[in-house]
Design a protein around this ligand. Structure first.
Ligand SMILES: Nc1ncnc2c1ncn2[C@@H]1O[C@H](COP(=O)(O)OP(=O)(O)O)[C@@H](O)[C@H]1O
Ligand SMILES: Cc1cn([C@H]2C[C@H](O)[C@@H](COP(=O)(O)O)O2)c(=O)[nH]c1=O
Ligand SMILES: [Zn+2]
Length: 241
């Protein structure tokens, strides 16, 4: 993947800036955050990554991508803690921003005004396809916005959505391939759907199986996703069909 990276720090600048990396689950947000922080460290800048303490899926003190790339991180309970902990940091990384309180926007603004490069990643939409605060607000004030896409596991198109594949209507529901899969706008349903369990096991065992399935699913009439998308169809739910 090649992503254009905003220009690296000019130390004489009075102000820093905000970079937002957003997109669906599995789109490479965490990998891109890790890449940018590593490059900054090579350039002898001090870096620190923060994540919300709620996100303990893989490790308490690491940011880990779905491809198992990892860097150490500091878990925080509130956005304002970042201000205290990032006092001597040139480049501040913030992962899973959708789990922070709205105050994160002001925290990022203060850090940037204080001369820091702030790199924030997060989901721009929830499982219903609704904007996931505070990412939209951060996109509005950021100097740079990078929107990434995964590959739709149904048709192979650009996945802009995170399809929930387990029951539950809480907005916050942690998970990975056990609970979500990336889908394009045509294949996405704004409510949880049931998918074939064999398919999930294949996803966990070997990502290449996803590619094999993509190429057959688009033309197959017995696609397990299309056949089973019947879990919870809320009457009031907005539909994109
Ligand atoms: N359908 C998919 N499309 C693209 N990448 C996928 C898909 N499913 C799994 N992946 C894996 O997810 C990795 C990206 O993980 P990560 O950076 O953690 O994404 P994000 O932070 O956006 O959820 C990819 O490099 C790839 O190995
Ligand atoms: C769509 C959606 C996702 N989540 C959760 C699921 C994961 O724990 C994270 C996203 O992680 P990733 O690094 O972007 O893969 O968010 C949620 O709680 N609610 C949702 O609607
Ligand atoms: Zn699709």
């Amino acid at each position: 993947m090649s992503v254009t990276e905003p220009h690296i720090v000019d130390r004489a600048r009075a102000a820093g800036w905000i970079e937002v990396i957003c997109g669906s689950m599995f789109s490479g947000k965490t990998e891109e955050l890790i890449r940018r922080l590593r490059r900054a460290r090579i350039a002898r800048q001090s870096t620190e990554a923060f994540k919300p303490a709620i996100d303990n899926r893989y490790a308490e003190d690491e940011v880990v991508s779905h491809d198992a790339t990892a860097i150490s991180t500091t878990p925080v309970h509130t956005a304002s803690q970042i201000l205290l902990l990032a006092e001597d940091v040139d480049v501040v990384g913030i992962d899973e921003a959708q789990f922070f309180d709205p105050e994160l926007v002001e925290v990022c603004q203060q850090l940037a005004a204080d001369g820091r490069r702030v790199i924030v990643t997060g989901l721009d939409q929830d499982y219903k396809g609704q904007p996931f605060e505070p990412i939209p607000q951060l996109m509005a004030v950021a100097e740079h916005v990078t929107k990434l896409h995964a590959i739709c596991v149904v048709c192979g198109g650009p996945a802009n959505h995170s399809q929930r594949i387990v029951a539950g209507d809480d907005r916050v529901l942690l998970g990975a391939t056990d609970a979500y899969e990336p889908r394009c706008r045509n294949c996405f349903k704004p409510h949880p759907v049931e998918v074939d369990r064999d398919h999930l096991e294949a996803l966990n065992l070997d990502a290449l199986d996803v590619v094999k399935r993509d190429s057959t699913a688009a033309s197959s009439s017995d696609d397990p996703n299309q056949a089973k998308e019947t879990m919870e169809e809320p009457a009031s739910s907005p539909s994109n069909e």
